[in-house]
Write a protein that binds this ligand. Structure first.
Ligand SMILES: Nc1nc2c(ncn2[C@@H]2O[C@H](COP(=O)(O)OP(=O)(O)OP(=O)(O)O)[C@@H](O)[C@H]2O)c(=O)[nH]1
Ligand SMILES: [Mg+2]
Length: 405
């Protein structure tokens, strides 16, 4: 089984810039020779997280990437991005695209919650005077829609389910409850964590009130669908104060100031050969002939976005979701631990995103079932030391697996 594909859902009220974010994040100037993912639905695109490539740390002049891209020492590793239709209040009751929207969300590993930080779109997505709508309300609205949707779905049959669990003798109630929520990709570990957090055990479910169930659902959602707040339209003056407020209001959620239009413009300009810009950079260099309009647009981006926030935020939002919120690390499997190559001599061909805590043997299984089954030992290519199956992988490890099969 190859490493799990990561899917990030771009979620938000209507007209906040979800599609612009999606276009910017999936626009690339470098084509990969073989597409990393097999099935791509229309609203799904490929985006990349950015990391310093391990070849630079190893003092190698270059690498030969296969499942990813390396631009000037920066490894870009693919993840899937889903552009989800705009959400309106009452979606959980079927309003707007209602259930379609919520259905998409359940597949996502993490949510990029896009808000209009400039406060210039109303609850229903209608343009209003900048600063007149509070993006904090947007975050609350969306989280509430997701919570209510899960709650309503689970509540339907809850009392019977609760009775069965309370009266039957089950050894692993957590698993059964996880199954009940599996349609929302909620796993057993999330269920265990949620019970811990609400200070209950799965023994007297029949005594739960609706409020108890809703509280449980909220905690489950937080555990299973972690969020990054994409504070979009940060190029507008009215965004600054709101971004500060968002950070204060949601201290446990990363808030990333973002200008999707700026990122899209930079990527287009780079693609046309007008500028040199690597996604996530804090600046760009002009290398082509710009007309006045182009020059003014780029200067404005430099001043109002890059100069002010340090980057457009698009790359940072993706990186935060994958590395901080989903806790992924990067490992590089190789077949030759001396030269860091695969059997065809490609240097550091693959960069895998794996959850923190993954062991050497689990990595072997991800590369190939046979490698996992016949696992003998692994070699840490950086230190040339042998490591056992229970070795917990570290970020940027380069690993050779030795197997009987
Ligand atoms: N100033 C500014 N405008 C933006 C930014 N991102 C998007 N917009 C504008 O906001 C409007 C809505 O953008 P979309 O990307 O279509 O928004 P959406 O969230 O996909 O909208 P729906 O699909 O209708 O829900 C467009 O006019 C964009 O040009 C940004 O970073 N800054
Ligand atoms: Mg859209």
């Amino acid at each position: 089984m190859p490493p799990r594909e990561i899917l990030l859902g771009v979620v938000g009220k209507t007209n906040v810039g979800k599609s612009t974010f999606f276009s910017a994040a999936t626009e690339t100037s470098v084509e990969m020779e073989n597409r990393p993912f097999t099935t791509i639905e229309p609203n799904i695109g490929i985006s990349y997280v950015r990391k310093k490539c391990v070849h630079t740390k190893l003092g190698l002049p270059k690498c030969t990437p296969r499942n990813s891209i390396c631009i000037e020492g920066n490894r870009f590793i693919p993840v899937k991005l889903m552009d989800i239709a705009g959400l309106v209040p009452g979606a959980h009751l079927g309003r707007g695209l209602g259930n379609k929207f919520l259905d998409d969300i359940r597949q996502a590993d993490a949510i990029l919650l896009v808000v209009d930080a400039s406060g210039s779109t109303s609850e229903d997505g209608v343009p209003v005077k900048p600063g007149s709508f509070d993006p904090i309300k947007e975050v609350e609205l969306i989280l509430n829609e997701i919570d209510m949707w899960i709650f309503n779905n689970v509540k339907k049959d809850w009392s019977r389910f609760a009775r069965t669990l309370d009266t039957g003798s089950y050894t692993d109630k957590y698993s059964i409850i996880a199954q009940r929520f599996s349609g929302f990709s909620i796993k057993k570990e999330h269920v265990i964590q949620a019970f811990e957090e609400i200070g209950k055990t799965p023994s007297k479910l029949t005594t739960w009130s609706d409020e108890d169930l809703l509280e449980f659902v909220k905690v489950l959602r937080r555990k299973s669908k972690p969020i990054v707040i994409v504070a979009n339209k940060s190029d507008r003056p009215s965004a600054e104060e709101n971004i500060k407020r968002l950070k204060e209001k949601f201290p446990e959620i990363p808030v990333i100031p973002t200008s999707s239009v700026a990122e899209l413009a930079l990527r287009h300009a780079a693609k046309k050969g007008l500028i040199r810009y690597i996604p996530g950079d804090s600046t760009f260099t002009v290398i082509g002939d710009l007309n006045t309009k182009q020059r003014e647009a780029l200067e404005s981006i430099k001043k109002n976005v890059l100069g002010k926030w340090g980057s457009t935020g698009v790359q940072e939002a993706l990186n935060t979701a994958v590395f901080k919120v989903l806790n992924m690390i990067t490992v590089y499997p190789v077949e030759d631990a001396t030269h860091y190559t695969d059997k065809d001599g490609r240097i550091l061909p693959d960069a895998y995103l794996v959850p923190k805590g993954t062991t050497a043997r689990e990595l072997a299984y991800m590369i190939h079932t046979d490698l996992g089954r016949g696992f003998l030992y692994a070699v840490n290519a950086k230190t040339k030391q042998r490591i056992g199956e229970n070795y917990v992988l570290e970020d940027d490890d380069v690993i050779k697996i030795v197997s009987t099969l």
